[in-house]
Design a binder for this molecule. Structure first.
Ligand SMILES: Cc1ncc(COP(=O)(O)O)c(C=O)c1O
Length: 371
């Protein structure tokens, strides 16, 4: 591990607040017993306010992908047909998770850099009446595009399907209303807008999510990610150990701390702070001639993608920023590799001055590269 500490301005993991980091270094408590169980349950209640759901919440030990695998594997059976929204790297990843769970995937696509269109889901369900659900990424982290899950959800429900949303990079950083938006299962991760280190994957299951999960009692798709197992422990061991595995106790304490901070500040206030950072970054990027990748009307508060100077592979900018400036930003993924760079501003510790520092460093890169 290198000694040099980089300022993280990537789209997760983020730089957590000091109090959150302190929670990670407290003595390790046992993961069972009344005290930890109460604390864990309290953490789930904080998450409930962020998901905005009356559903069941679990905290899986792992990253966002384990929660996605769990939602998809639990809700659908081998051979079932599902619609998957694909307009970026993580839409493709969602498709890969569906395929690896034996599902028959129909892509509902948009160009990378464009949002998915809700009416396309309506048409795709009409063309594929045997499709039993839809899977969509909320914030497509590879392009900084937010998909209109609030419009897609009611369409999926109208067609009687189950709606699974990847909110890995959006929960806590974009407005989110799981129940009002007809989302039946939803997966997220601790290391992005929830403000904690990597290691926990919150997920939520609504009433209809459970109906789908319980359709086929014979179904098997492994043990760890089977939500029926998580429900069983949450019920049978409710008073002392409401999860089937050893809970990552210090990660729970860190997440509890960051969620308390988020809710004390207020989600709308936090989102407004991020919006101000996004606006400052966009105007700075324009000033130095590195244009934002998405138009202003599609701006998201927590992440900005932009083009570098013409003819310069963006990995050179990413390397310069880390090596010369100590600021870690991200490059483009997949087909956008070397075409764009991405700056994450989804940490509560980031301020306008940090954005100004990024702009100043990018401008220096520009002069240094002779552009
Ligand atoms: C939208 C989205 N989905 C899924 C993932 C995968 O999450 P994890 O790396 O936590 O498994 C990421 C990670 O960046 C993401 O941004």
């Amino acid at each position: 591990m290198r000694e040099k500490t980089l300022k993280l301005m990537i789209p997760g993991p983020i730089q957590p607040d000091q109090a959150v980091l302190q929670a990670m270094s407290r003595p390790v408590p046992p993961h069972y017993g009344t005290e930890f169980t109460n604390y864990y349950n309290d953490t789930l209640e904080l998450l409930r306010k962020v998901f905005n759901t009356q559903g069941t919440i679990f905290l899986m030990v792992g990253t966002g992908s384990v929660a996605l695998d769990s939602c998809i594997g639990s809700a659908f059976s081998n051979g079932e047909k599902v619609l998957v929204g694909t307009n970026g790297f993580f839409g493709e990843r969602l498709k890969a998770i569906a395929v690896s769970n034996g599902l028959d995937v129909v892509s509902v696509s948009a160009e990378w850099g464009e949002p998915l269109c809700a009416a396309d889901f309506d048409r795709a369900f009409s063309k594929n009446p045997d499709a039993t659900g839809a899977l969509v990424v909320h914030l497509e982290t590879s392009t900084a595009i937010a998909n209109p899950v609030q419009e897609i959800g009611p369409i999926v429900r109208q067609h009687g399907g189950v709606f699974v949303v990847d909110a890995v990079s959006s929960l806590g950083g974009l407005p989110f209303q799981m129940d009002d938006w007809c989302i039946d299962l939803c997966a997220s991760a601790s290391q992005k807008c929830l403000g904690a280190p990597p290691g926990l994957a919150p997920l939520a299951v609504g009433e209809r999510g459970w109906e789908y999960i319980d359709r086929n009692p014979q179904k098997n798709h492994g043990w760890y990610t089977d939500l029926r197992i998580w429900r069983q422990y949450a019920t049978e061991w409710a008073d002392w150990h409401p999860f089937p595995v050893t809970m990552a106790t210090n990660n729970v304490m860190a997440l509890h701390t960051s969620l308390e901070q988020l809710l004390e500040e207020g989600i709308p206030q936090r989102l407004e702070h991020y919006r101000q950072l996004a606006l400052r970054l966009r105007s700075g990027l324009r000033r130095i001639g590195m244009l934002p990748f998405t138009p202003d009307n599609l701006m998201v508060p927590v992440l900005t993608a932009a083009y570098g100077p013409p003819g310069v592979p963006t990995s050179k900018i990413v390397d310069y920023m880390a090596e010369q400036r100590g600021i870690k930003i991200s490059g483009g993924l997949g087909s956008l590799k070397d075409k764009i760079f991405r700056v994450g501003h989804m940490s509560p510790v980031l301020q306008i001055e940090d954005i100004d520092q990024v702009i100043e460093a990018l401008e220096a890169f520009r002069s240094h590269a002779g552009n």
